[in-house]
Unconditional design. Structure first.
Length: 326
């Protein structure tokens, strides 16, 4: 009987212990929810630079001033803002931004991004709150800086007539900057000096030649006959420009439409080493040139009729495209 009573007491203690355990579990304090992670809202100046709703993909033209504005929302209270991969990274504490503890909305000073170099760049922005050791919200900003679009190249066409002997009335000379032809008489008799604008002279002996004004008289041999001075040549001209020319391997310029296209087409040419005259021009040939003023371009021979003078059908027509915008 004593043994049986002992068993009963032990069973009662076990039941009571289980009850106490279950009761105590039911009395645990409810968990307090943790504040959400900080979030970062990004806007740009210009606004068109941001290419998605989050503003984390930014596209801007090289040389354009780019400002990146960031607003931090930190439900757990703002603690700090940092950047990683920016070069000169930021590490701004709450005190540095003069922000009180518990503040949940903070505007970060504008980040002015250098856009002088084209390419793709990225950096991270981080916001830290006051929860525990600091919860971190992070975004990656990707920036694409594109070279400015090249302007359309300027195009022009001219027809030159080779000079007849003893006559100053043929349209023999051409100004690239003015896109017009001149006769020798027009240059000599101009009230204001125009010779400094002349870049080419045309001459046809047994073949078509385009000649720099600086050697026009000596090359043509027309000094004493037409120009009055075989040694100096063109004595009434205040300046006789040097235009350098060279035949290229191009067969046409139909796909050369922008300033960048022209620049690329003449890349590698050392104009200082090129000739002051091109001889034996033929239809379809494409030449590169540089004027004394530094204008660079290409010209294509589109028509060519032999002979000197103003007779119908004589002369040469050039289509010109310049490495300068419209």
């Amino acid at each position: 009987m004593k043994f049986k009573g002992l068993i009963n007491k032990l069973m009662l203690v076990g039941v009571l212990s289980s009850f106490v355990f279950l009761y105590s579990c039911g009395e645990d304090d409810p968990e307090v929810p943790t504040a959400a992670l900080p979030t970062l809202t990004i806007t740009t100046t210009p606004a068109s630079a941001a290419t998605n709703a989050e503003g984390t993909m930014i596209s801007v033209e090289q040389g354009t001033a780019l400002g990146i504005d960031i607003v931090v929302t930190a439900p757990g209270g703002f603690n700090a803002f940092r950047t990683e991969g920016l070069g000169s990274d930021l590490d701004l504490s709450r005190d540095a931004l003069d922000v009180s503890a518990g503040t949940t909305l903070v505007e970060i000073p504008t980040i002015n991004f250098n856009t002088e170099m084209a390419g793709e760049f990225s950096f991270d922005i981080l916001a830290v709150d006051d929860i525990g050791t600091g919860q971190v919200g992070r975004e990656t900003i990707n920036i694409i800086i594109t070279p400015p679009a090249s302007p359309m190249a300027r195009t022009q066409t001219t027809t030159l007539i080779a000079p007849p002997l003893g006559n100053e009335m043929s349209e023999t000379f051409y100004s690239v900057s003015e896109n017009r032809t001149y006769t020798l008489m027009e240059v000599d008799d101009a009230a204001t000096a125009v010779s400094e604008n002349i870049d080419f002279g045309y001459f046809y002996g047994n073949e078509a030649n385009l000649v720099s004004p600086s050697i026009y008289v000596s090359f043509t041999g027309l000094g004493s006959t037409v120009y009055g001075n075989s040694n100096d040549g063109l004595p009434a001209w205040t300046r006789r420009n040097e235009t350098r020319m060279v035949l290229t391997t191009l067969t046409n310029t139909s796909e050369i439409t922008t300033v960048a296209d022209v620049t690329a087409a003449v890349d590698g040419i050392t104009f200082d080493d090129e000739e002051l005259v091109v001889e034996g021009l033929e239809v379809g040939q494409v030449y590169a040139f540089r004027t004394q003023e530094g204008t660079v371009g290409l010209f294509t021979v589109t028509t060519l009729m032999g002979g000197n003078g103003n007779a119908e059908g004589t002369g040469i027509t050039l289509d010109i495209i310049l490495a300068s915008g419209i």
